[in-house]
Ligand binder design. Structure first.
Ligand SMILES: *[C@@H]1O[C@H](CO)[C@@H](O)[C@H](O)[C@H]1NC(C)=O
Ligand SMILES: *[C@@H]1O[C@H](CO)[C@@H](O)[C@H](O)[C@H]1NC(C)=O
Ligand SMILES: *[C@@H]1O[C@H](CO)[C@@H](O)[C@H](O)[C@H]1NC(C)=O
Ligand SMILES: *[C@@H]1O[C@H](CO)[C@@H](O)[C@H](O)[C@H]1NC(C)=O
Length: 170
């Protein structure tokens, strides 16, 4: 009797504490700037089996790209996208895995992990497969639209839609 009463009390307390964890939806909008060459290049080719200057089948690059508030080079840096891109498709498609590390404002120190297929030259949709800090237990998706494509620079406009728990202290 005493044990079933304490189980009931425990269940009520558990329900109350779960109630404190609310689902949140967050929309992030920013610009992803990639410098392809020169002293400040944000891309480094690490495997290049066909010695080609483009991303042909088998090429692997590492990136440490800049996340800026705006399209302008001088706009505020809000984070970095660090990861790997591999040319895994004979059709020219790529596979990417990036950690987006935020360094400004309320998301400073929080990260999201974006993984997925990239087709060049079109809006890329990729899953957000997790996160840390403010984005613990995140799922969602990202849309990346190419807005600057030159021989030396790529800029993508990002919209990221995240569903995550906002943990509140009791
Ligand atoms: C590279 O970055 C440094 C430091 O931000 C800057 O002073 C320099 O002008 C940049 N160089 C080029 C070629 O953009
Ligand atoms: C790779 O390509 C560069 C120029 O694109 C050339 O100078 C170099 O000799 C090539 N290396 C090999 C191993 O073919
Ligand atoms: C960015 O800032 C530099 C140095 O302050 C300036 O020369 C350049 O014109 C600015 N670029 C834009 C697009 O505003
Ligand atoms: C972000 O957090 C780091 C580590 O706590 C801190 O050093 C840095 O000043 C913060 N940056 C901003 C812009 O608040």
């Amino acid at each position: 009797m005493a044990s079933s009463l304490s189980q009931t009390v425990f269940s009520i307390l558990l329900l109350l504490s779960l109630h404190q964890a609310c689902a949140e939806m967050t929309h992030l909008h920013f610009y992803f700037h990639e410098i392809l060459s020169g002293p400040n290049a944000t891309v480094l080719t690490v495997v290049n089996p066909s010695n080609s200057t483009s991303l042909t089948f088998g090429t692997i690059v590492v990136v440490d790209d800049m996340l800026l508030e705006g399209l302008d080079d001088n706009s505020t840096l809000i984070g970095r996208a660090q990861g790997l891109v591999g040319a895994v498709g004979k059709d020219g498609s790529l596979e990417s895995l990036h950690n987006f590390v935020f360094t400004e404002g309320k998301y400073n120190g929080s990260t999201i992990s974006i993984y997925g297929r990239v087709e060049q030259g079109v809006t890329i949709e990729r899953p957000v497969i997790g996160g840390t800090g403010m984005f613990r237990m995140t799922t969602g998706y990202s849309l990346a639209k190419p807005v600057v494509v030159t021989a030396t620079k790529l800029v993508y406009e990002f919209d990221v839609y995240l569903w995550h728990m906002e943990m509140k202290d009791n």
